[in-house]
Design a protein around this ligand. Structure first.
Ligand SMILES: Cc1ncc(COP(=O)(O)O)c(C=O)c1O
Length: 414
C-alpha cells in the first residue's frame, strides 16, 4: 500500500523525467540491459572470466605525479574554500596546453577559458546559455547524449545527424533543410568520436566553420578524446581559421590523463560563449576543489602522460582489430578515442540471425561472456573499448588471447 505522501510525491514529478510514471516505466535502458545480461551470464557460468569491452573509462588510475600534486595541495589551507569560476593558474595551464598539444595560440586565459566539473556538466549547461523553447540543437548520433537531453529540458528540439559509414562517419550538415538550419542554434560534434573512433580532418572543420557562419549557428566541439590519436597528431577545432568566432571546444582531463573520477574539464574558445557559460555555471556549482585544479595544472603541463596512455590503447586496439578482421569483421584501426566500432554480422553460420546490434551484443555476453556496447542509431554496430582490465602487460596478452579463442569458435555471416 502506498502512503498518501508517496502517492502525491509520485504525482509531482516533472514531465521531463517521466512525470507520474517516473521510475515505473516498463522501458529498460540499454546500459541497464547490458548490466542485467552481464549478471545473468556470470550466474550461468560461475568461475568463467567476463571479458569487459563495454567500459567507457580508463582502466588505470591517474599518474603518480598528478596524485602527489593533489596530496600536497589538499593539505594547504589556501585551497579549502569555494573555487567559484576557477583559479587563474588552471586557466593559464589550459591556454599553455592548447598551444603545446594543438598548436592553438593566442588564447586569452582570462576571458576565453573556464573550467568545469567534467565535460558532462559543461555540456549539460550549454543549452541553458542558448536554448529558448523551439530552438534546435543539431547533434551527431550515435553519440554522447547530454547536450540533447538538456536541449529538450529547455523546450528545444533535437535534430539528429546520423553518422554513417558511407559518409566516413561525418555528418552531412549541408543536406539539412532550410527551416531546420534557420531554427538551429547549436551544432554538437565530437571528434575523435565516441563511439565510431573517427577523427575529424581540417577540411571537415573548415566546412563546419563555413556552415556555422552561413547559418548563424554556434559550434560546440566535444574534444573529450581529442588527445588520444593514433597516427595523426591531435587536432583542435580551434586550429581552423575563424573557428573561435563561431564556436567553443570542451576538453576533459578524464580520458587523456586517466582522471575520470576527479571531474575536471574546461571550455575554451569564443569569449561571449565562455562569458555565458560562466554566468550559468555560477548558478549551478561553486567550482572544482582548488587542489584538484592545481593537480590538473600539473597534468596539463605534462602531456607526455597522454602519449603513454595512447601508446597502450594503440597496442590493444591493433590486437583487437587483428582478431576481428581475421574473423571477417570490417574492423579498422580508429583514428582516435579508445573505441573500436564494427558492423554487426548478420548471424552465425548455420545458426541464429541477429535483428539488431542489441541482440548481437546480448549474444556475445550470454554465450561468450564478452561484454560490448550496441548502437542501432545509424545502422547496427557494436563498440569494443580498449579499456578492459588486466593486471599486467602479460595479463593483457592473456585477455586478448582469450578473446581470440572465444571468438574463433564462431563462424559469422556478414
Ligand atoms: C563524447 C564524450 N563526451 C564527454 C564525456 C564526459 O566526460 P567527462 O568525464 O569529462 O565528463 C564522455 C564520457 O564518456 C564522452 O564519451
Amino acid at each position: 500500500m502506498q502512503t498518501t505522501e508517496e502517492t502525491y510525491i509520485q504525482s509531482l514529478f516533472a514531465e521531463r523525467i517521466g512525470g507520474k510514471v517516473f521510475g515505473k516505466e516498463q522501458k529498460i535502458y540499454k546500459f541497464e540491459l547490458i548490466k542485467r545480461a552481464k549478471r545473468a551470464a556470470l550466474a550461468a557460468h560461475p568461475g568463467v572470466e567476463l571479458i569487459d569491452f563495454g567500459v567507457g573509462e580508463p582502466d588505470e588510475m591517474a599518474f603518480p605525479g598528478v596524485v602527489q600534486e593533489l596530496q600536497r595541495e589538499a593539505e594547504k589551507s589556501e585551497n579549502r574554500g569555494y573555487a567559484d569560476n576557477g583559479i587563474q593558474e588552471f586557466k593559464d595551464a589550459a591556454a599553455r596546453y592548447m598551444q603545446k598539444v594543438y598548436g592553438v595560440g593566442g588564447i586569452n586565459s582570462e576571458s576565453e577559458v573556464l573550467h568545469g566539473i567534467g565535460s558532462k556538466s559543461i555540456l549539460a549547461m550549454v543549452p541553458a546559455i542558448f536554448i529558448n523553447p523551439g530552438d534546435i540543437t543539431l547533434m551527431t548520433v550515435p553519440g554522447y547524449p547530454i547536450i540533447g537531453t538538456h536541449t529538450r529540458w529547455y523546450g528545444g528540439d533535437v535534430v539528429r545527424l546520423p553518422l554513417r559509414e558511407e559518409n566516413g562517419f561525418l555528418p552531412d550538415i549541408d543536406a539539412l533543410p532550410a527551416d531546420v538550419k534557420k531554427r538551429a542554434k547549436l551544432l554538437y560534434i565530437n571528434y575523435p568520436n565516441n563511439p565510431t573512433g573517427t577523427g575529424a580532418t581540417k577540411a571537415f572543420f573548415e566546412r563546419v566553420v563555413k556552415f556555422a557562419k552561413e547559418n548563424s549557428i554556434l559550434v560546440v566541439h566535444d574534444a573529450a578524446y581529442a588527445a588520444l590519436t593514433y597516427g595523426a597528431k591531435p587536432l583542435s577545432f580551434l586550429s581552423v581559421d575563424g573557428a573561435k568566432n563561431v564556436g567553443v571546444e570542451i576538453h576533459s582531463l578524464s580520458k587523456a590523463f586517466n582522471m575520470t573520477g576527479w571531474r575536471l574539464a574546461f571550455m575554451v574558445g569564443n569569449e561571449r560563449v565562455v562569458a555565458g557559460y560562466g554566468n550559468v555555471k555560477d548558478n549551478y556549482d561553486s567550482g572544482q576543489f582548488k587542489a584538484i585544479q592545481k593537480a590538473g595544472v600539473y597534468a596539463l603541463d605534462h602531456p607526455e602522460v597522454t602519449d603513454e596512455i595512447a601508446a597502450k590503447y594503440e597496442r590493444r586496439l591493433r590486437a583487437m582489430v587483428s582478431v576481428l578482421a581475421g574473423m571477417g569483421f570490417n574492423a579498422k584501426m580508429p583514428a582516435g578515442s579508445f573505441y573500436l566500432y564494427v558492423k554487426m554480422p548478420k548471424g552465425i553460420k548455420g545458426g541464429r540471425r541477429f535483428a539488431h546490434a542489441g541482440e548481437f551484443s546480448e549474444f556475445l555476453i550470454t554465450e561468450k561472456l564478452i561484454s560490448t556496447v550496441p548502437w542501432d542509431d545509424a545502422g547496427p554496430f557494436i563498440r569494443f573499448s580498449a579499456t578492459f582490465e588486466s593486471k599486467s602487460r602479460e595479463d593483457e596478452q592473456r585477455v586478448l588471447n582469450e578473446f581470440k579463442k572465444r571468438m574463433s569458435i564462431l563462424q559469422f555471416v556478414f
